[in-house]
Design a protein around this ligand. Structure first.
Ligand SMILES: Cc1ncc(COP(=O)(O)O)c(C=O)c1O
Length: 370
């Protein structure tokens, strides 16, 4: 459907996504496991994953088995790794759908094995090692015996061993090298004892960029594929661009007299006769309910005034007298010579660009450019 049909929408440029994938792939000389959890960071799970599969990705990573099953039901055939917890009751679903599960918790070995036995088929397991993040993972000191146990369980195929970094986006801190050392030690010990999982991995986007030694067999990239940098200290390879823009329209324009309140709570009063526009984007779409939001209209930066409502908010139009109902408004993305990035918005909202894009509501249509 043409974007003229929408009051607010996300424009997702699949050509840029594919290009970002190709740039990262050739620049890193390493296969990529795109991370497509959380609706592909807000971009749309199926479309994004299909595009990356066609571009050559052989793996993708999700957080939950529900996400993996959506991909299988959509007909995607690539390998899928569930990075988070899976209830033992779902092991048979995983086996039937050729989904690889992460194991990190000794008490789950037996329930997983029982379910795999009942399914009559091996379960592909990737062991997660906690090298310091303090989240999921068998502590690295216990990793050898745990991995041995997994490897010796006949219902399992030990497909991979991986870890995850806490601070790879802050390359001057010593933590990532310390985590990498711990992980390398585990991998070396495994190889020395004749255990050779099919794949070893630990780099997210930031580690893939800042710590080439962390790339191992495959890099698990999310944010960089979507065209955003994990941090100021992590420069993206040349040519990588943001994939998603958020657009809306002017839905009303009124001349309000001096001293007129605008929106819930009258947080804004006109200081003179003012032209106030309404745009069709609110906190129910992912626009933060806070002061200081700015949008692009006819190539100019225009302030949002008054409280952000659930489905709409108001903009001050004195600097854009030519604005008309129906005009396209950009909340993040390019317009004319200017661009507002999700990163710029995240700084205003005192959060991270990940949260801005993952926070894009499901109700907003994704308009795909191919
Ligand atoms: C285990 C794991 N690997 C990889 C990633 C991808 O991280 P990024 O988006 O920073 O590349 C994530 C994202 O949170 C993750 O949880």
């Amino acid at each position: 459907m043409n974007s003229d049909n929408f009051a607010t929408w996300l424009e997702v440029d699949l050509g840029i996504l594919e290009n970002n994938y190709r740039i990262l792939r050739s620049w890193s000389h390493t296969p990529i496991m795109p991370i497509v959890k959380a609706n592909a960071y807000g971009h749309g799970l199926e479309e994004v994953t299909r595009t990356l599969e066609k571009a050559g990705a052989e793996w993708c990573g999700v957080a939950r088995i529900e996400e993996a099953l959506i991909l299988r039901q959509a007909g995607l055939r690539m390998n899928i790794l569930v990075l988070g917890y899976t209830a033992p009751q779902r092991v048979q679903d995983a086996i039937r759908n050729q989904i690889s599960l992460t194991l990190y918790e000794p008490s789950l070995i037996q329930p997983y094995a029982l379910q795999a036995k009942a399914a009559g088929h091996e379960l592909n397991i990737q062991v997660k090692v906690d090298t310091g993040m303090g989240r999921l993972g068998i502590p690295s000191e216990k990793a050898m015996s745990f991995i041995q146990m997994v490897g010796e369980t006949p219902e399992f195929h030990l497909q991979g061993v991986f870890s995850h970094f806490a601070c790879a986006d802050e390359p001057t801190k010593p933590y990532t090298q310390a985590q990498l050392n711990k992980f390398s030690k585990v991998v070396n010990e495994l190889h020395a004892s004749g255990i050779n999982p099919d794949m070893v991995h630990c780099a997210n986007s930031a580690a893939a960029i800042n710590f080439p030694a962390a790339r191992f067999d495959i890099i698990r990239c999310g944010i960089a594929l979507y065209g955003l940098s994990p941090s100021k200290e992590t420069p993206l390879p040349m040519g990588i661009k943001p994939v998603m823009s958020w657009k809306t329209r002017i839905t009303s324009i009124k001349e309000l007299p001096q001293g007129h309140g605008v929106s819930y709570g009258f947080k804004y009063f006109t200081s003179k006769p003012e032209r106030i526009g309404v745009i069709a984007a609110g906190y129910g779409d992912g626009l933060r309910h806070q002061e200081g939001n700015i949008v692009l209209l006819r190539g100019k930066r225009v302030p949002v005034v008054g409280s952000v409502c659930m489905d709409q908010c108001m903009v001050q139009l004195d600097d854009v007298p030519e604005a008309q109902v129906g005009d396209e408004v950009v909340i993040f993305g390019k317009q004319g010579d200017d661009e507002i990035t999700a990163t710029e918005i995240s700084e205003k909202w005192k959060t991270i660009n990940y949260e801005v894009i993952c926070g894009m509501a499901a109700r907003m249509p994704r308009h795909y450019l191919r």
